[in-house]
Design a protein around this ligand. Sequence first.
Ligand SMILES: [Mg+2]
Ligand SMILES: [Zn+2]
Length: 233
Amino acid sequence: MGRHVKRKRARSRVGQRSNPALQHSSTPSPHFRPAVFIDRDGTLNEMVYDETHGLLDSPRRPEQVRLVKGAAEFLRGLKKAGFMTVVVTNQPGVAKGTMTLEELYAVNRKIARLLEAGRSGWDDLCFCPHHPKGAKRAFAVKCNCRKPEPGMLIQAAGEHGIDLRRSWMVGDGLNDVQAGRAAGCRTLLVSRLKLDQVGKFFSLKDARPDAVAPGLKEALRIIVAAKAKGDRS
Ligand SMILES: [Mg+2]
Ligand SMILES: [Zn+2]
């Protein structure tokens, strides 16, 4: 797992040590705070159409970056409601050799700058640069941080003192929901699919989200309302 700016070297030490946040998660402690883990591509920033492959893909250059509508307000609203915000993103392009770490950092910085312009931002960003079939030897591993594995969430929880049971994972993909569930978080799928379509799509094991929202505005409302309810009880 790698980190935005703070650490230049990508690591995969996830799962190699015990996690204090998990050990304490059976009794919510005021010392452990709730977080919202947020997927990057397709959730905070728009996917980019790749003409070479005819697919929607992650932006690889800063000039391709467009924020999803409401992204700045979403992060700002979560912070105001008392959540830490942690972006967790799979970036297998690093392992596949279609993107360098420097390019990844440049895209992350561009997203951060656009969010700053909206008086917003994240508290931390973690990325997985791995892929088991990668072309770059250093990153071609089966790791614990690539979603649907929960490694990025669990490691961030240990480092920041996050109470996973009071936290959420928000994303537009199946692997986001699976990673959130595996980490013991509540999960919210951002999708414009109708509910019954989502139901069919997510009949897979461990992939049913706790909530579905058509956009970030609705997602914020759901998470804040659930927190208010939890705080009262
Ligand atoms: Mg996504
Ligand atoms: Zn990884």
